[in-house]
Design a protein around this ligand. Structure first.
Ligand SMILES: Cc1cc2nc3c(=O)[nH]c(=O)nc-3n(C[C@H](O)[C@H](O)[C@H](O)COP(=O)(O)OP(=O)(O)OC[C@H]3O[C@@H](n4cnc5c(N)ncnc54)[C@H](O)[C@@H]3O)c2cc1C
Length: 460
């Protein structure tokens, strides 16, 4: 069998991680991104230790941990500034085997694409699953130019000219994309409004509005010091955390009907909703240019899909299990998906496998992927949704009761506060049997944290 082909639809966090992990296992990978460039939205992203351990698998964990900026305390506050509960980065690290890292999304995307060969990411092209394939035939993805400014380009993390990658999709920059790509594996990582999900499961309900909208931006660090915080008001929430590059990442949510947009601009809307809240909120709003404030309505899976695969197509990340951002886990679960998928399908590649090599192995591996990921990710969807619903409470008595409960929990110690991530942030990638590990894998700097030397803690 020649080098097996994988096509990844979508160059978000999930798609790029999947591509990097599959590449390590010997797949010839082509990533299709409909955006004209890899320009990640969203400003900052929290990467909990579960995601960092998944990123260890592709040799990116240490670089992510180096972005850690939260070294001290922080906690939950009320809009007037009163602390309800406090915790420390050490408590989080002790409980989950490492700190939660707040990374800039652009830095994370750069890191992920640097793990891919030049020419493997093609921007300005949309992929559509036209045949999911099966044991006896490859899957097919139809590729079209994605509108204005979508001249096919390359973005493989290098400015070097594209060399041959062994895939039929490795067309030079500017060449017309082929009409169709056949592949032994298709990874549909096309995000929350995934067309691939609709194609594979047309009867499954799509994501449902979670009842709140979210704003995000990055701003310079205010002169007056502040501690990282999440502040809960009536139907509103604000969070501020430092980034490793000296700036801060701020996020906010408000329980409002879907589809709303400020008549003037979103910073003005934030000023109306949060301008009177404690430091550093007003200082940040004064510092951020109006055009830098992102706004997204929040959607989450209403029900579980019947499976995360069909034929030779696997759904990864938000395409499979969109969730509210309240546990900071949507991207983390996407990278978990990606590395588990790469491990389970590794047996279908000729270079690094012990035993299984037939084309039907990939199809079987995808059933194992659903088995490994569906229950875990839907549990996170539900838990995150529960926290999200708490943030939408707006009645004064209900919010007062909520504050009393949080304050009581805080008095019992930070451990209680961190419990929302128990069973989530402490995840480690499964270890394949020794004989299944990639032969001569690219050098990976593994994590060497004390206390995590047990099974599953090492990179593959
Ligand atoms: C306010 C907010 C805060 C969040 N904070 C966190 C956090 O702190 N930590 C965390 O882990 N998660 C967080 N998340 C969730 C996280 O952003 C997502 O779960 C994550 O980005 C999903 O990655 P993905 O690769 O599945 O999808 P996406 O990042 O949406 O990527 C999908 C990609 O596919 C491309 N695409 C779509 N259709 C096609 C097509 N047909 N052909 C080619 N390309 C296509 C899109 O252009 C896009 O680039 C947050 C979300 C929100 C809304």
């Amino acid at each position: 069998m020649s080098q097996p082909r994988a096509v990844v639809i979508g160059a978000g966090i999930g798609g790029l991680t999947a591509a990097a992990a599959l590449h390590r296992h010997g797949w010839s990978v082509t990533v299709l991104e409909r955006g004209a460039a890899l320009e990640p939205v969203g400003a900052g992203i929290a990467l909990a230790p579960n995601a960092q351990r998944a990123l260890d698998v592709i040799g990116a964990g240490d670089d992510v941990r180096a972005m850690s900026a939260w070294q001290a305390g922080g906690g939950l506050r009320l809009p007037g500034g009163r602390w309800l509960s406090r915790t420390t980065s050490d408590a989080a690290a002790e409980r989950f085997g490492g700190p939660v890292v707040i990374a800039h999304r652009a830095a994370l995307v750069d890191l992920l694409r640097s793990r891919l060969p030049a020419g493997s990411v093609r921007t300005g092209v949309a992929g559509e699953v036209t045949d999911p394939g099966g044991p006896d035939r490859p899957a097919r993805v139809t590729v079209t130019a994605a509108g204005a400014g979508a001249a096919a380009g390359r973005d493989g993390g290098s400015s070097a000219p594209a060399g041959p990658t062994g895939t039929e999709a490795a067309s030079p920059s500017g060449a017309a994309p082929p009409a169709a790509l056949d592949a032994e594996l298709v990874v549909a990582a096309d995000g929350i409004h995934s067309a691939a999900r609709r194609a594979l499961f047309p009867d499954a309900p799509g994501p449902r509005y979670a009842g709140f909208t979210a704003w995000r931006f990055v701003a310079p660090t205010p002169e007056q010091p502040f501690e990282p915080h999440e502040t809960w008001g009536r139907g509103r929430l604000w969070g501020t955390v430092p980034l490793h590059d000296g700036r801060v990442y701020a996020f906010a949510t408000a329980a409002v009907p879907a589809g709303g947009r400020a008549a003037d601009d979103e910073r003005a809307e934030l000023l109306r909703l949060f301008g009177g809240w404690h430091h550093p909120v007003p200082a940040l709003l004064a510092a951020v240019p109006p055009g830098d404030v992102l706004r997204n309505d929040v959607y989450a899976a209403a029900t579980a899909l019947p499976a995360y695969h069909r034929g030779r197509v696997a759904l990864v990340g938000d395409a499979a299990h969109p969730m509210t951002p309240n546990l900071g886990q949507g991207g983390c679960q996407a990278v978990e998906d990606a590395v588990v998928l790469a491990l389970l399908t590794a047996r279908a590649t000729p270079g690094g496998l012990a035993g299984g090599t037939g084309p039907e192995d990939t199809v079987r591996a995808l059933a194992a992927y659903t088995e490994a990921r569906l229950d875990r990710t839907m549990d996170v969807v539900r838990r995150s949704g529960r926290v999200g619903r708490l943030t939408t409470w707006s009645s004064a008595p209900a919010c007062a009761l909520r504050s009393v409960l949080f304050a009581a929990a805080g008095k019992l110690g930070s451990r209680l506060v961190l419990r929302s991530l128990d069973g989530i942030a402490d995840w480690s990638p499964p270890r394949p049997p020794y004989a299944d590990r990639p032969r001569n894998p690219p050098a990976v700097r593994g994590r060497r944290d004390a206390g995590h030397e047990g099974p599953g803690a090492e990179p593959w």
